[in-house]
Design a protein around this ligand. Structure first.
Ligand code: NAD
Ligand code: UDP
Length: 339
């Protein structure tokens, strides 16, 4: 079966392409490269020894989608394409709503018109309302999002749910990711943020490689064991495998499904710094900085539903995540910008 992967040149998309190809799926990628490099596609092919059909196009371009659906026999879509910087979305809400919502709408229209019925969607833990007790379960309340980015995920989920009700046999698996980090163990693909990284792990690894002086830890006075924020970090390869499990699940379970993809373990910012130092032997200088607006003190997943219904479990631990992040960063100090 061929899978159309939107945003397949990006961080999570590229790792998912590798897992799909390794498991015998054909892969067609559409990505406009707004936040990625075509080199990722070459690297996917290098790792797997298999070909990827790549289209550098915008998912909002309906004519491009029509051409792709006509040319390839697509059995399923995985929709990663989107803008994802929380802080940027506060300053550029219209660009985020335009990109993230219209890409979802155009894709659903094209799927409806071309008879493609299965879609896996990259949602996020950010859709959960902060009032929920932790760990978060799929049944908990969503909404009250704290950024336009979060609202685009919330609204995209609704667009997909409504399409599932309206289009015969349409099925969606909404995957709510926690904090993906790490890289493929080959060190050939990984996360390559443009500009100053917003997320913790890319920032730590750029300090380690000497691109940044020190890490700013945003707040150490939270009500958590060491005062720094707690998150559920998940190896990107585990996350990628969750998508393959969701495709299998949809074969037998039509309609809407929603799954958390997290480990169920919470680690603090200081835990992450210490683990990275221990695994890599590289010191990470840090300073305590003011809290980052909008940060929640702690959240992590209850992954029981994914374990039970998808038969999916995160297999990699924090040491694996640190080791593989460092393999990627040390082999590619400037990401895909340097061979
Ligand atoms: P990424 O930026 O590396 O990948 C997204 C890809 O989509 C990029 O290659 C980008 O060029 C492409 N893209 C964006 N808009 C497009 C458009 N209109 N048409 C075609 N291509 C387009 O991000 P990622 O970390 O791999 O995230 C993938 C998905 O997972 C995103 O939807 C993101 O919101 C979601 N997600 C990510 C995280 C995370 O922490 N990384 C957490 C939860 C959810
Ligand atoms: N963080 C930090 N310094 C950084 C980036 C992040 O202290 O340079 C903290 C941030 O405040 C949060 C945690 O690391 O508590 C994870 O942040 P990230 O942006 O990676 O994930 P999110 O907050 O979106 O879950």
């Amino acid at each position: 079966m061929n899978v159309l992967v939107t945003g397949g040149a990006g961080y999570i998309g590229s790792h998912t392409c590798v897992e799909l190809l390794d498991q015998g799926f054909g892969v067609v990628v559409i990505d406009n490269l707004v936040n990625s490099s075509a080199k990722a596609i070459e690297r996917i092919e290098q790792i797997t020894g298999k070909h990827v059909d790549f289209y550098q196009e915008d998912v909002r371009n309906r004519a491009a989608l029509d051409r792709i659906f006509e040319k390839h026999d697509i059995g399923c879509v995985i929709h990663f394409a989107g803008l994802k910087a929380v802080g940027e979305s506060v300053h550029m809400p219209l660009e985020y709503y335009d990109n993230n919502l219209f890409s979802t709408v155009r894709l659903c229209e094209a799927m409806r018109d071309h008879g493609v019925r299965d879609i896996v969607f990259s949602s996020s833990a950010t859709v959960y309302s902060s009032e929920n007790p932790i760990p978060w379960k799929e049944t908990y309340i969503t909404g009250n999002c704290t950024s336009p980015y979060g609202w685009t995920k919330y609204m995209s989920e609704q667009i997909l749910r409504d399409t599932t009700k309206a289009v015969d046999d349409f099925s969606v698996s909404l995957l709510r990711y926690f904090n993906p980090i790490g890289a493929h163990s080959s060190g050939l693909i990984g996360e390559d943020p443009r500009g100053i990284p917003n997320n913790l792990m890319p920032f730590i690894s750029q300090v380690a490689i000497g691109r940044r002086d020190h890490l700013n830890i945003f707040g150490n006075d939270y009500d958590t064991p060491d005062g720094t924020c707690v998150r559920d970090y998940i190896h990107v390869v585990d996350l990628a495998r969750g998508h393959v499990a969701a495709i299998d699940y949809m074969k037998k379970h039509r309609g809407e499904s929603v799954f958390n993809l997290g480990t169920g373990m919470g680690y603090s910012v200081l835990d992450m710094v210490k683990a990275f130092e221990r695994v890599t032997g590289v010191k990470i200088p840090y300073e305590i900085a003011p809290r980052r607006p909008g940060d929640l003190p702690a959240f992590y997943a209850n992954p029981d539903k994914s374990a039970k219904l998808l038969n999916w479990h995160a297999q990699y631990n924090l040491d694996d995540m640190c080791r593989d992040t460092w393999a990627w960063q040390s082999k590619n100090p400037m990401g895909y910008g340097e061979e």
